[in-house]
Write a protein that binds this ligand. Structure first.
Ligand code: WTA
Length: 651
């Protein structure tokens, strides 16, 4: 039963929302035949999308598929920064606003036209070259939500140096692991990261990571705070000093369609993050087309994607997708509650945002506060709303539609992943009748399916493991330096041709897809992927912990809350202080999203005879469910009762 049915008389998932009247008349995609065309000739569809980009040299072949290996637009030469900047300038759009930066403090923001942004990008590209960065060298960006993060990404793209953006709230340890895995040559960071009126000492964190990151030769530091950061002579230099002397002439490197654009680390079901590799031509084709078609993005739209650039959503729909379309994109540095809890609505009104793309967790937190903050503002500029990152429950969907969208704006609930590069399952706002909670239909040219655990395809209405049956341009190409893990993770379960998503899904009689959540040991906390194994290994790195098991528990605000069970070292007694210390320890080891909500000390864990922890049972115990299901495969079924007692005594 959905939470919505439990909370009222009506099942909101049963409601139907037609596209607004007249929306199709001047929509980017108003003709449903696009689906049929793309189904009959997917390569032709994507080729048409690719023609929307600038190419120095056209491709010789659209798709080269040698499962699981994939290449798109083989032989084509292009440049992502050229497509995001120069192309629009050449088309007479140089004075149009490219980026609106809304700073943490409401009066400190600034805007960049396409000309201005392009000049900054060229200068920083020259800085990188002067630091010895060559095509193919990795540059790591550990930056807050400031214009320099977009400038640095585009500068990397301009010279063909892949970037690796690390979320600025990640710990020194997480940064160190990513720097080392990518063998980054340069790190770009900032003295501070102000958020919600508080300044976080980013450079100090970076310095801790750099103690053990031998590949990094130079560090560029943006002065975002007062400039009081420790600087290491010969290694660290201020952004302004370097950019001040740089030329704004820098031709865009002609890169191969399959050259790497970026690596972005994402949690997997083992402790080690996966370095997800995206390349150039296919990725940009996919994000440009989806930004335009899914959000009905037009020339005069103001597009606000609230995701941090440290996540894939920020890469694809804050930076690359909107800029490739020559749109105006909004970047917000702050938090929803600062200086007041109406900040987001203030931003929408101030910049006359027309398209808002956010996560269900944000919507649920606004629901909790109520409509007061919304009522202070005129949100009539909005015309399309998007959702991403986790399943949106029907109640949040309807609330979003009515209260933020004024019952006027179609909602696109977009399902995709870091691995997919861009949106995969989504409504098209002029065409799709929405069902609250459902991501609806595959985007044209995308072929999802459902498989059961035995490897049989589920036909018609049903439920199963979500798969993608045919390559798409934005698909990850490999895991950085680990092609074997790439194959095992995505192309082993159902063979080398079928991409294993890691999510479960339902498909109804109308062919609508509803994502039910991860089927592996990855949790989704406030729309962020958190690996159970990674939290476990952070816990056992504390000297009081002998063993740990971590599960996600359904949570009204965050989607999932993190529950950790620990077995303490023999001589340690449990206490509230110790449990808090363990939660904080995980926070400082990984980052704030990974901090457990609850740590329970237990004597034993439910394990199979082969020693595998049965997280299914731990989930049930976290949920307070007395019936934990089948326990016959446990080495010692009696642990369940003890666990239940210990959990209820400590929570
Ligand atoms: C989940 C974020 C339901 C899903 C773009 C996926 C969603 C994971 C949706 C990827 C959605 C994302 N409905 N679930 N609309 N969008 N997810 O890599 O479990 O950070 O596998 O990419 O988020 O998270 P990632």
């Amino acid at each position: 039963m959905s939470d919505d049915r439990a909370n009222g008389h009506e099942d909101l998932a049963e409601r139907r929302y037609e596209p607004p009247q007249g929306f199709a008349d001047n929509a980017i995609v108003g003709d449903p035949s696009v689906y049929e065309r793309a189904k009959e000739d997917p390569d032709g569809f994507w080729e048409e999308c690719a023609r929307d980009l600038h190419w120095f040299k056209e491709w010789d072949q659209v798709l080269n598929w040698d499962p699981p290996e994939v290449q798109w637009f083989v032989g084509g030469k292009t440049n992502v920064a050229y497509n995001c900047l120069d192309k629009h300038i050449e088309e007479g759009q140089g004075d149009k606003t490219a980026l609106i930066w809304e700073a943490d403090e409401p009066d400190q923001g600034k805007t960049y036209t396409y000309n201005e942004l392009a000049a900054e990008v060229r200068k920083f590209a020259n800085v990188l070259k002067d630091l010895g960065v060559e095509k193919g060298d990795r540059v790591c960006l550990y930056l807050p939500m400031i214009p320099e993060v977009a400038i640095a990404m585009l500068a990397c793209a301009r010279i063909g140096a892949p970037h690796s953006v690390v979320f600025s709230a990640f710990s020194a340890g997480a940064l160190r692991d990513r720097l080392n895995d990518a063998e980054a040559k340069v790190l770009v960071t900032a003295d501070q990261s102000p958020r919600g009126g508080k300044a976080n000492p980013l450079k100090q964190n970076a310095d801790k990571a750099l103690e053990d990151s031998p590949s990094v030769q130079s560090v560029v530091v943006v002065k975002r705070g007062g400039g009081e950061a420790p600087m290491t002579e010969g290694r660290d230099q201020w952004w302004d000093d370097l950019v001040g002397g740089a030329s704004d002439e820098c031709p865009a490197e002609e890169v191969d369609a399959e050259d790497m654009l970026f690596v972005l680390y994402s949690s997997g079901s083992t402790g080690k993050p996966k370095g997800i590799v995206h390349t150039t031509g296919g990725y940009l084709t996919h994000v440009k087309a989806t930004t335009k078609m899914v959000f009905d993005l037009k020339d005069d739209d103001i597009f606000w994607c609230t995701a941090d650039v440290g996540w894939v959503t920020g890469h694809s729909y804050l930076v690359y997708g909107p800029l490739a379309n020559g749109a105006t994109t909004v970047m917000f540095e702050g938090t929803p509650a600062y200086p007041e809890n109406d900040r987001w609505f203030d931003v929408i009104e101030k910049h006359a945002v027309t398209i808002l793309y956010t996560a269900p967790t944000a919507i649920r937190s606004f629901m909790k506060t109520g409509t007061g903050p919304i009522e202070k503002h005129d949100l009539s500029s909005l015309r399309v709303l998007g959702s991403v990152g986790e399943p949106i429950n029907p109640r949040a969907w309807v609330w979003y539609y009515e209260n933020i969208g004024g019952s006027r704006c179609p909602i696109v609930d977009t399902w995709w992943q870091t691995e997919t590069g861009g949106i995969m399952i989504t409504p098209l706002p002029a065409l799709t009748t929405a069902k609250p909670g459902s991501a609806t239909h595959p985007f044209p040219g995308i072929f999802p399916g459902l498989y059961d655990d035995e490897g049989n395809e589920v036909e018609g209405a049903g439920q199963g493991n979500l798969v993608i049956k045919r390559p798409w341009p934005g698909m990850l190409r490999t895991l950085y330096k680990d092609p074997e893990r790439f194959r095992e993770t995505y192309f082993e379960t159902y063979g080398p041709e079928v991409y294993f998503v890691g999510d479960g899904a339902k498909r109804d009689e109308d062919g609508y897809y509803t994502i039910t959540g991860r089927v592996d040991d990855v949790m989704n906390v406030s729309g962020h992927r958190v690996s159970s194994a990674e939290v476990e290994s952070a816990l056992v790195s504390h000297n009081a912990v002998a063993e740990a098991a971590v599960v996600g528990k359904p949570d009204e605000d965050k989607g999932q809350a993190i529950w950790a069970y620990v077995i303490l070292e023999g001589d340690r007694e449990t206490s509230d202080e110790l449990m808090k210390e363990l939660r904080d320890h995980v926070r400082s080891e990984i980052g704030p999203t990974s901090r457990p909500d609850q740590v329970v000390a237990v004597d034993d864990l439910p394990k199979t005879r082969s020693g595998k922890i049965m997280r299914r049972i731990l989930k049930k115990i976290a949920e307070g469910d007395q019936d934990v299901g089948d326990t016959t495969t446990l080495a010692d079924p009696s642990v369940v009762e003890d666990l239940q007692k210990q959990a209820s005594a400590q929570t």
